[in-house]
Design a protein around this ligand. Structure first.
Ligand SMILES: [Zn+2]
Length: 147
């Protein structure tokens, strides 16, 4: 099977396509870096990609017993999101791959919560349209929900 761009070219709008491709190639945008920088600017201190915790959370705030996942809408199956559309070719392959990601996300979240962690998920689309609002409400939640 050939990997790469052709699979989605016919079924997505240009906007969705460039968004998905940026996720696939990974390096154009780094949403988790954006969240980290913001938290740092607000005085939070964190660990990155802590491999000791289920799912290797993007951001760990030990002081608040909080972990944050910054998820790409395509790979993590953000349901109802304009950026999440099943590709129409190689459908079985993508369904299998992406469903596994989503199941793993749910398992990791449950496991973390049972260990006493607060788990927040930020979707990449939330950092596109309403970045300020997303980030400030995240901070609010970290401070008020976690004591
Ligand atoms: Zn989304």
């Amino acid at each position: 099977m050939s990997e790469g761009g052709a699979f989605m070219a016919d079924v997505l709008t240009p906007k969705q396509r460039s968004y998905n491709m940026s996720q696939i190639h990974g390096k154009d945008t780094k949403p988790e870096e954006l969240v980290r920088k913001f938290l740092f600017s607000q005085g939070f201190r964190y660990r990155k990609n802590d491999a000791r915790l289920p799912g290797k959370p993007d951001i760990v705030l030990p002081k608040y017993k909080t972990v944050i996942f910054v998820n790409g809408c395509f790979w993590h199956k953000h349901e109802g999101c304009q950026y999440f559309v099943w590709p129409k070719s190689n459908t079985e392959f993508w369904k299998d791959k992406i469903s596994k990601n989503a199941d793993r996300d749910i398992r990791n979240k449950r496991q973390l919560e049972s260990m006493g962690w607060n788990v927040f998920t930020i979707w990449e689309c939330e950092l596109k349209k309403e970045k300020e609002k997303t980030l400030s409400s995240l901070v609010e939640h970290i401070i008020t929900d976690t004591h």
